[in-house]
Design a protein around this ligand. Sequence first.
Ligand SMILES: [Zn+2]
Length: 486
Amino acid sequence: MTLKLHNTLTGKLDEFVPQTEGKALVYTCGPTVYDYPHIGNWVAYIYWDILVRTLIANNYEVDRAMNITDVGHLVSDSDEGQDKLEKGARRENKTAWDIAEFYTNDFLYGIKRLNIIMPQHIAKATDYIVEQLDLIRKLKQKGYTYQISDGLYYDTSKFPTYADFAHLDLDELQAGARVEYNTEKRNHSDFALWKFTPNDEKRDMQWDTPLDLLDDNTTVKKGFPGWHLECSAMAMSILGQTIDIHTGGIDHIPVHHTNEIAQSEAISGVRFSNYWLHNNHLKVNGTKISKSLGNGYNLENLEEKGFSAQDFRMFVLQGNYKNEGNFTFDNLTAAKNRLNNWKNIAAIRHQIHNTIESNKEKMDDPKTVLLYATPQAIIEAVNNDLNTPEVLRIIDEAFAKVTSARLEYIHRPSLVKLLETIDSLLGLELIDSSPDISDETKNIIIERRRARDEKDWAKSDKLRDELLKKNISIRDADKETIWEYK
Ligand SMILES: [Zn+2]
């Protein structure tokens, strides 16, 4: 089996070959913890969870790090405006440390609810200040840095391949620079490695700038790290100087990831990441998600409207990570219905009927639904650049055969095997969310079937209502009765 991934670095669909056989080093750009994550933020973590699950299905041991940005991410990506954490702190009348802790916990709770596999390393930027300063020191020694009034900057003109990753036209960027562009910078694309705390600003999070990093090494200056630096520092100190796969949103390509590469490769002299994967954006009703429009729903908002985190996961899997998604409540309802349908298929393993597993004659009957080929087919589909829409199509096709077959012809061990594969590959928890019904409920179903066969309609209806109260509905087929979750 080969796993193919669309690699932003080469612009092609590349076969995945890790540095060490059987092992995959993965780095994911994590959240900035200053507010509740909205559905557009969650899309990325769901798709990268599918990447991790796909690597596991291909027998790779995954070692994955994700950062928590709890300092230094400014409102504008071009090193301007307030720090998002400090801004959040002023908004809620708390300290930036409190804000970071609260929203980090909220994010981790969301990860759990969405059944996303927790990365082995969750690293906070504030826990890696020493490592970040160490990278600045190394860059300074190699002549990549300079100091201006508001901080220490990276001179992008010293890194000849700076424009390559994002195919940037630096001359055009320079010419189109906005009026408020920091004129002390040598080049428009230069970025802050370390910002000094402005004299008129009160910051909760700040550290002493080591004197050896300053031009005037006598004056103590407080400061804080630039956003791009943390990912280089954490990826390299946790996973090593070259990682296998780096993931993030497409908006990270021209600035954040370009800068991560410039920092890391200037220091190590080797390639920072062999594969770069980027997810596209999610729109809501065809519009960009924005605070002012109030369309940045979070998981709680969906729950209030009766949708579970898993309904949303199913919605995300219906799209391809490389395409722009469009969220509407109609689309989410369709995903919820599909998931509910799948749970009812999963419940077929509990239905009351004769089994064919021990019946040699029926096993050879063309009417028998054997599902042993489907797990392999869905792994092959996801191996083709995480093609989740195709995976869902294959599952629907297999499940349609199950629905149209008589219960006694459904081969249950192969159905269970398929359900297990779906759960480990897509994380939909079909098995856990489709429990068996009690013996008492089963007896009511049997009794009702008997009443129906005896044409005792009054009794049959009464028992059906009793089942509905237990959230179980009944479907009568030819000679059988199938129960479903309502
Ligand atoms: Zn990053």
